[in-house]
Write a protein that binds this ligand. Structure first.
Ligand code: NAD
Length: 703
């Protein structure tokens, strides 16, 4: 439904609709402006109500138009709002459901606002690296003051309209629908005004006695917490002007700041991720209409580190979970661990005690496979050993009901081989959770050769219920994320051989924006895990050159935080990493053994070698079809591996550097005699794209 005007006596009710979220794209803005113009010109109309169709006001501007000429097409959002604000007939916003971003700014341009039950207000622009660019930074503080306005704009989250009861932001807050109340208010106001101009938000001013102190505090907090993000400071600058400059100047400043952010690299990256996350849910050959299976009961097999975290996800979503272990002790331990995690959340105030209790009762521990017979989804999280997995899947196959989904949390093993140990490979899928499974947002959904489309669609849908961001990966060793990680870690170890210290490497990549450098991360995950994988590699892929330095570390029993010693030293009760003299000595001996002196390595070389190691492997993953599209790889790396979101992920970052530049730099690294001579051979896809001046983003979706 486009824009419809209905007369309610002398009040024109203009309703706009643009499924699914009533965004204010160029066509809607044009039609809305035409309807408002017509109502203003119509002598029979004394007042106007603007409402969104289908129970929601508007989620804001059309993000797809951002940075394109369509966003500026006349009337742009500012012009539309100015038209509303300048009307001599009072205009009332009837707010139902979400009223966000540009939609909220439109409501702020109206002379009066009426919110219905359940309405939510918010300015989420900051999440896309932007500021509200259609007057939000100027009008909102004029209604609720600088401090409240800044809190709302910087948080970016939708807030219950009821919280603004009694403030000048809302003229009425009603229990039911907003439109009838808005119509009544519009009629009353037009009579009261008797032809006088209605009040405009732009003419208001809130007294701000301690403005400088508050803004100083806000700026300091932002500098320490959001150093890489330009939008929050720009928001403070813009909002400050609402209190210190006149409206026109404040608007001009807002527009300038908005344009700078819009075309700056951080917003480009964050918008890329926004679309990437949504695109990840789309699978080329699985239609949205694919029937899904119902999942009402879940079983988790293995109550260790991962099994307990996985179980908590489903308990949080309100699904009953059966937890199966090998023996009573392990089972008790798993159940106790789940209880401890809930209690820790209660203690931190993140969970109510009664909710923890109601979730805990959904858990039923068992030692008998027969007790899992009525479960619809059975997830295995036992030891990473093919023989053990095959045995478990054989048992699951014998007891699970027809139509049940059998999932594995394996990180590296061949899902097709696991599926082959059942008589129903179409029902088998990988659900690769990340540790801690109840915290990490990423879920790699591994599609086996035989995995049914309905099974895939069901797990993707379910992931949303669990609050996860799911990305589909094909079968290969390590899937998307760990396969890339292996090359990154290999390169980190070559850098150690050549003279960089763990501290320098971690600091360099953390300054680039990674949440944690490779050595702090390995100490946290346990250095023994990588050791097991490498031992397997030495047998299976003897041609793959690996630095042996991490093996030497493990031979010293330095497995990381859990042993109080890894690449760094750890002190009891202190998780901070301290440089270790033992490791320094070991590294010096190791380099001497290789005949290498420690050379001084620039941080820029460290960063490029680590990041391009990821990019080159990712190009192979993309070409092989393990990932459907390059943006999926970005989602995996940002949500699962701490890649800086403000760089948009490794592929987005490489595209922004320029693939020709990436390949050129790799050629420089290839001249280094240390390491694996084949390492820096560009993946065929990367070489092709670089040679033709293309980007990963241009490669589209594999079907
Ligand atoms: P873990 O050793 O902490 O737990 C495994 C549990 O499985 C143990 O409690 C064990 O008693 C139980 N178990 C073993 N064989 C069993 C059987 N036949 N039946 C029932 N229970 C059995 O291991 P984890 O770290 O939780 O890893 C489990 C799986 O998750 C592995 O496949 C691993 O590769 C994968 N994974 C681990 C991580 C991680 O960071 N730890 C991340 C992603 C995936």
């Amino acid at each position: 439904m486009p824009v419809v005007t209905v007369a309610e006596g002398p009040v024109a009710v203009i309703t706009f609709g643009e499924p699914p979220v009533n965004s204010l794209g160029s066509a809607t803005r044009r039609d809305l402006a035409a309807a408002i113009d017509a109502a203003i010109a119509d002598e029979a109309v004394t007042a106007i109500v603007i409402a969104g169709a289908n129970g929601l006001f508007s989620a804001g501007a059309d993000i797809k138009e951002f940075g394109t000429p369509a966003a500026l097409a006349s009337p742009n959002l500012r012009e539309l709002i100015a038209l509303v604000e300048s009307s001599r007939k009072p205009v009332v916003a009837a707010i139902e459901g979400n009223c966000l971003g540009g939609g909220f700014e439109l409501a702020l341009g109206c002379h009066y606002r009426v919110a219905g039950a359940g309405a939510k207000l918010g300015l989420p622009e900051v999440k896309l690296g932007l500021l509200p660019g259609a007057g939000g930074t100027q009008r909102l503080p004029r209604l609720i003051g600088v401090e409240h306005a800044l809190n709302l704009i910087l948080a970016g989250a939708p807030i219950d309209a009821a919280l603004f009861r009694g403030t000048p932001l809302l003229d009425e807050l009603v229990k039911g629908a907003a439109v009838p109340a808005a119509v009544a208010l519009a009629g009353r106001k037009s009579q009261e005004l008797g032809g006088a101009a209605p009040p405009r938000v732009r003419d208001r001013r809130v007294k701000e006695p301690a403005l400088d102190a508050f803004l100083g505090f806000a700026r300091n907090s932002i500098r320490s917490g959001f150093a890489h993000y330009p939008a929050p400071l720009a928001i403070v600058d813009a909002v400050e002007q609402s209190a210190t400059k006149d409206f026109e100047n404040g608007m001009a400043n807002e527009r300038k700041l908005f344009a700078e952010l819009m075309f700056g690299p951080v917003s480009v990256a964050l918008r890329h991720l926004f679309f990437a996350e949504r695109a990840a849910a789309k699978i080329p050959d699985v239609a949205d209409s694919t029937p899904i299976r119902s999942v009402d009961r879940v079983a988790v097999i293995g109550g260790g580190t991962m099994g307990t975290g996985i179980a908590i996800n489903f308990l949080n979503a309100g699904l009953p979970v059966r937890l199966l272990e090998l023996g009573q002790d392990a089972l008790d331990h798993g159940v106790a661990r789940i209880g401890e995690i809930f209690q820790a959340q209660v203690k931190k105030g993140r969970l109510k005690a009664e909710d923890a209790a109601s979730r805990a009762v959904l858990l039923s521990p068992t030692l008998r496979y027969e007790d899992l017979a009525d479960c619809d989804l059975l997830i295995e999280a036992v030891f990473e050993d093919m023989e053990v997995k095959r045995q478990v899947f054989g048992r699951l196959d014998s007891i699970a009901h027809r139509g049940a989904i059998l999932a594995s949390n394996t990180s590296t093993l061949d899902l097709d081989e696991i599926a082959a140990s059942t008589a129903r490979p179409a029902d088998v899928i990988g659900m690769h959770f990340f540790s801690p499974a109840n915290v990490m947002k990423l879920l790699e959904v591994v599609r086996g050769r035989a995995t049914g489309k309905d099974v895939l669609a069901t797990v993707m849908r379910l992931s949303r219920k669990l609050g996860k961001t799911a990305v589909v990966s094909g079968v290969c060793d390590g899937f998307i994320g760990n396969r890339m990680l292996e090359q990154y870690l290999r390169q980190a170890l070559f850098l150690i051989d050549e003279g960089a210290s763990p501290t320098q490497i971690d600091a360099a990549i953390e300054a680039f924006g990674f949440a944690m450098g490779p050595f702090r991360m390995s100490d946290l995950a346990g250095n023994d895990i990588g050791w097991h994988i490498r031992k397997r590699r030495y047998v299976a892929r003897p041609m793959m050159v690996y630095s042996r330095v991490a093996d030497r570390l493990c031979e010293l029993g330095r497995f990381g935080q859990k042993t109080g010693a890894g690449w760094y030293d750890y002190r009891p009760g202190d998780r901070n990493a301290h440089p270790s003299p033992v490791v320094e000595r070991m590294l010096a001996e190791h380099r001497a053994g290789l005949g290498l002196g420690a050379r001084s390595i620039a941080d820029a070389e460290i960063v490029d070698r680590l990041v391009y190691a990821l990019v080159n492997e990712a190009a192979k993953i993309l070409e092989e079809g393990v990932a459907n599209k390059s943006s999926d790889i970005d989602v995996v790396y940002v949500y699962g591996y701490g890649f800086p979101p403000w760089r948009g992920g490794p592929m987005c970052h490489a595209d922004s550097v320029g693939l020709f530049g990436v390949v050129h730099r790799m050629a420089e690294f290839a001249r280094n005699p240390h390491g694996d001579p084949a390492f820096w051979t560009p993946a065929p896809m990367l070489a092709r794209l670089a040679a033709t001046g293309q980007t990963f983003g241009s490669t589209g979706v594999r079907s």
